[in-house]
Write a protein that binds this ligand. Structure first.
Ligand code: DAH
Length: 357
């Protein structure tokens, strides 16, 4: 019995995993194990022999069982320690960008331009996409008969029959936010308003919904020179280059006097759109000195305050910056396109940290 005890306690101590331990258990105290066989031999013994051997065998069985239990617990502890060591995870790490989708180039461009204008002292304002024709047209010096209304390919909202109030419109530009901002904030003021606008138009560079960013700066001594400087600073910062070739063209808008449109030099060669080279020009914005009537419509005295305004096509900026040749792809919700042209949503664009890198 002493031999059995030494043999099995040693095997138990040496078992390196649960399977090995179970094999030892079966061999020792299983139904057909060595201790059970010895128990069976008790029958052939004399009563005196049995009185000594019986309790001794039971004691041996108990001792082996408790050694098995203790070893089992020790093995489980060791296994847990090993798991804790190997399955270590740093929960303070940032999430993997891949798993949280990617940012649409228009969202990226909007964040980039907001960062740039913020640095120039412009705050962000928003206005409704469904607006009255007063905000979208009249207040901007586009009266009912004005040809600009027809030129804009406006979407008019449906009115119930018999309701002869003028219909609401899907805003055709972000300019109505100029009026709302003046009403709300007074002067002086410096704001931008990025957002969606709508026109019935569709080809490679036009979609029925697109994005503009409106800018407005009002103060007592603002001139066209301030406008030109702000636009040049903006374009250089946005395209992350020291020099961009811009073309200021005299133009006409009812809400500015004088007015200028700005084009940027580009090429379309080989189906890719490239900025700063080639013989083509892409119009990216309209601008000018705010018409006194518009300042008055915003509730501000045009004899005291003056300023400049601009409206930039965000989608076109994004096409130029990221070399995307067809505007329609922006709105097709093709995930493969988005994965290719999209941006990490965890890299917030800033001027010091880099806009799109
Ligand atoms: N609202 C004009 C458009 O959609 C763009 C524009 C031109 C905005 C001149 C302005 C501006 O603020 O001054 O075509």
């Amino acid at each position: 019995m002493d031999d059995l005890k030494v043999k099995y306690l040693t095997q138990i101590a040496n078992a390196s995993d649960e399977a090995e331990l179970e094999a030892v258990r079966l061999a020792a105290v299983g139904k057909k194990g060595e201790v059970a066989l010895k128990m069976r031999e008790l029958g052939k013994m004399t009563p005196e022999q049995r009185q000594v051997a019986g309790p001794a065998l039971n004691a041996l069985k108990d001792e082996i069982n408790s050694a098995l239990l203790a070893k089992k617990a020790a093995l489980a502890d060791a296994a847990l320690d090993e798991r804790l060591r190997s399955e270590w995870l740093d929960v303070t790490l940032p999430t993997r960008p891949r798993g949280v989708g990617s940012l649409h180039p228009i969202s990226q461009a909007s964040e980039e331009l907001t960062a740039i204008f913020a640095e120039l002292g412009f705050s962000v304002q928003e206005g409704p996409r469904v607006d009255t024709d007063w905000y979208n047209f009249d207040a901007l010096n586009i009266p009912g008969h004005h040809p600009a209304r027809a030129e804009m390919d406006t979407f008019y909202m449906h009115r119930a029959e018999g309701d002869d109030r003028p219909p609401h419109v899907l805003r055709t530009h972000t300019s109505p936010v100029q009026i709302r901002s003046m009403e709300k904030m007074g002067a002086p003021l410096r704001i931008i308003c990025p957002g969606g606008v709508y026109r019935a138009d569709y080809d490679q560079t036009h979609t029925p919904m697109f994005h503009q960013v409106e800018g407005l700066a009002l103060d007592k001594n603002i001139s066209m020179a301030n406008l030109k400087w702000v636009l040049e600073e903006f374009v250089k910062a946005f395209f992350e280059v020291d020099d961009v070739e811009l073309r200021f063209r005299a133009s006409h808008f009812p809400f500015t006097e004088p007015s200028a449109e700005v084009d940027i030099r580009c090429s379309w060669e080989g189906g890719t759109l490239k900025i700063g080279e080639g013989d083509d020009w892409l119009e990216i914005l309209g601008s000018g000195m705010v018409h006194p009537k518009v300042i008055a419509a915003g509730g501000i005295d045009p004899d005291v305050y003056q300023g400049f305004a601009f409206g930039i096509g965000i989608d076109r900026l994004a096409m130029l910056k990221y070399g995307i040749p067809d505007l329609r792809a922006f709105f097709e919700s093709d995930l493969r396109w988005l994965r290719h042209y999209g941006f990490s949503c965890l890299d917030v664009p800033t001027l010091h940290g880099g806009l799109s890198r």
